[in-house]
Design a protein. Structure first.
Length: 691
């Protein structure tokens, strides 16, 4: 440590814990970058939890980060409040406690953060007296840290936080220890005391007898090391819960000799006292059968939180939550509801029938009756029976016979964006652990759904824009068969700028165009529409193919000088059976004539549109025998990671063998099928023309 005498902070921390009637206290110090809060010392927290929260970035969505970042006190009266406002933190601390988080300020600057914790219940209130203690201690700690920095001896926390123990356990050789041990040895139960780091500091003779162990083998050792058969995360969580929640916890474990032992954890400051008694064999050991312990739910939720961070669509969110939560909770159905213009809509679901969803969609928003006690629209609500649900929502319609519900409101930036509904086929009693889990789950779903909701709206808008800019139907031209396919990018990718069009110029003449605007966003889709419109307008004039592209090139240079577009434009004279084409950096078309292999028409090459406003484009004229088939496509059809584009086009030409008796639509489907079966980072357009 840079400052070798941190006892001043320690004294203030201990003073604050006792003065405020708390059982947990923690001091954080800002590092040199002022971007990370490092835990300097803590009292009342198990070492495993202290290590988890030893370093917290000021940008994180954590209570201590927000208190320091916003320079204000944050009060969380219970784990429900923690789960609602900080769901990720609630997953890592699934215990009952109330906490206050405050910045350490002095001289107009923030130097760190301070945390106090209390047991929940009637005493979990931020009284004026407690607020005064926090203000006073934070000011004194802030001044102490500021002076240390000004004197060139800043407090620099070590790699691990210091665990303070203000009540030093008396050794059995001291008179007080002997007296205490003598008293406890008279009791029929066994007792052990563990310090804040779960080290054994006292063992009674009866405890040693029940545990079948020599006391000397336990003293000074962590309990899980002294008794390896208790080295299980389930048992350790009961110890942590007693420390953090400051409540008695109980569990049953099986001794290696087959006996069942009942263990009760009585919290003290710091550490716990274990009461050990024999248990009846019929009592269920934790973790074997019966109700699933909360720690398993914690691990499931941590895994779910990681998965939800990668969810892209609302259905992704529902599928992930359903996979992780429905088997644990016993719920049968899950849906996310939203509303538009006062009408409800099922955004995504699992377990509900399509008939039930269709019945629900479009109904007016269901409102709770105003006189229902305790109902709050922005907090989770639970209904064990259909009758309970109808008392709160009289106009609700029963869907698929569900009988019990958990409603988790989803909000973003203080505004409601939807509701997550979990349905049970039979009446269900929601216990405290389950309600707390749903509170944390609601916060996780809200964060994931907000991202998915924004993505879905953006993607749908871009897709709608692109679909409207592409031709709905291809024109009917005597002597010319047409087919087109468009394959969008894989969901999760951005929208593309591929486009195609066929223009009827006369009874025996037609033009076709295909192109790809650089980028995968709404700007690309909008530019695609402008380029297509410009080409269609110029195509009806007497301009050559090269002149049409030159006009589009000048337009692109003016509209979007930072965007490029590849484009292929051609004219067909069905009477003279000739083809004229010009290309602006676009993949060359393929021509398949009867009795001959497919040919790559790469004679016409030019700059991409938008690079040089003065660029010129050559026009190439070719014969077009009857029965010939032309294939126009974008690079999404041929580009593959690690494969040369020239080789990919050659492979496409090798398998481009049209059958005169095969409909052109079938051939188009066959060409795009490989692209539609894999993850696609680019969209694909294909346009086929047959004389």
């Amino acid at each position: 440590m840079g400052w070798t005498e941190p006892s001043g902070l320690d004294d203030l921390l201990i003073e604050a814990v006792f003065s405020a009637g708390a059982h947990i206290g923690t001091v954080y110090v800002l590092d040199d970058t002022r971007q990370v809060l490092q835990m300097e010392a803590t009292m009342g927290l198990p070492a495993s939890i202290a290590r988890t929260w030893a370093r917290v970035r000021t940008t994180e969505c954590a209570p201590i980060s927000m208190a320091v970042r916003e320079r204000r006190l944050i009060w969380l009266r219970d784990r429900v409040a923690l789960a609602r406002d900080f769901p990720a933190a609630a997953l890592a601390l699934p215990y009952d406690f109330a906490m206050a988080f405050a910045p350490l300020r002095s001289g107009g600057a923030v130097w760190g953060g301070f945390v106090l914790g209390w047991p929940t219940g009637g005493e979990a209130e931020l009284t004026p007296g407690r607020a005064r203690v926090i203000d006073d201690v934070c000011a004194r700690m802030g001044r102490l840290l500021r002076r240390a920095g000004e004197q060139g001896r800043p407090v620099v926390p070590g790699p691990m936080p210091r665990i303070l123990d203000q009540v030093h356990a008396a050794g059995p050789g001291q008179p007080a220890g002997l007296t205490a041990l003598t008293c406890l040895n008279c009791l029929p139960e066994g007792y052990c005391h563990l310090d804040a780091q779960a080290r054994v500091t006292l063992v009674t003779a009866r405890a040693a007898e029940i545990l079948a162990v020599d006391p000397s083998e336990m003293l000074g050792e962590r309990l899980c090391k002294a008794l390896p058969w208790l080295d299980d995360p389930l048992y350790e969580d009961y110890y942590r819960a007693a420390i953090v929640s400051h409540r008695v916890t109980r569990f049953t474990a099986r001794h290696p000799d087959g006996r069942y032992l009942a263990l009760e954890c009585f919290p003290s400051v710091p550490g716990v006292t274990l009461r050990i008694t024999p248990a009846a064999a019929r009592e269920t050991p934790a973790g074997e059968t019966g109700e699933r312990p909360s720690l398993i739910g914690l691990h499931e939720m941590l895994h779910l939180a990681t998965c939800l961070a990668q969810a892209v669509t609302a259905q992704d969110v529902v599928d992930l939550v359903a996979d992780h939560v429905l088997p644990v909770t016993g719920a049968q159905a899950l849906a996310i509801l939203s509303w538009e213009s006062g009408r409800m809509r099922v955004v995504a679901s699992r377990g509900y029938t399509q008939e039930g969803i269709d019945t629900f969609n479009g109904r007016p928003v269901v409102h709770a009756v105003p006189w229902v006690p305790g109902y709050q629209w922005d907090r989770p609500s639970f209904y064990g029976t259909w009758q309970e649900f109808r008392r709160t929502f009289p106009t609700a319609v029963r869907v698929d016979g569900m009988s019990a519900f958990a409603l988790l409101p989803l909000s973003a930036a203080g505004q409601s964006i939807g509701t997550c509904v979990l349905g049970y086929e039979h009446p269900h009693r929601f216990g405290d652990e389950e309600r707390a889990m749903y509170n944390a789950l609601g916060g996780l779903i809200a964060q994931a759904f907000e991202r998915a909701w924004l993505y879905d709206n953006k993607h749908q808008l871009a897709e709608s824009l692109q679909a409207r800019l592409l031709p709905r139907d291809l024109p009917e031209i005597p002597g010319l068969e047409l087919a087109a396919r468009y394959v969008p990018t894989t969901p999760g990718m951005d929208i593309g700028g591929d486009f195609y069009d066929v223009i009827r110029l006369g009874d025996t003449t037609a033009a076709a165009v295909i192109g790809d605007v650089q980028g995968h966003d709404m700007t690309a889709a909008a530019l695609m529409g402008q380029v297509r419109t410009a080409i269609r307008a110029t195509a009806t004039t007497t301009a050559t193919c090269g002149e049409v592209l030159a006009h589009a090139n000048r337009l692109m240079a003016e509209l979007a000088p930072d965007r490029f577009t590849s484009c292929l434009y051609l004219k067909l004279d069905l009477h003279a059976r000739t083809l004229c084409l010009a290309s602006a950096g676009h993949p060359p078309p393929l021509l398949s004539s009867p009795g001959a292999p497919a040919r790559i028409l790469d004679e016409a090459q030019g700059l991409l549109l938008g690079i040089d406003p003065c660029a010129e484009y050559a026009t190439v004229e070719l014969p077009l025998p009857p029965g010939s088939v032309l294939a126009l496509y974008t690079d999404g059809l041929v580009e593959q990671p690690g494969l040369d584009i020239g080789e990919a086009i050659a492979d496409l030409a090798a398998r481009f063998v049209p059958d005169r008796d095969r409909p052109l639509h079938d051939l188009a489907d066959a060409l795009v099928q490989p692209a539609s079966q894999h993850q696609r980072a680019d969209d694909t357009a294909v346009l086929l023309l047959r004389l």
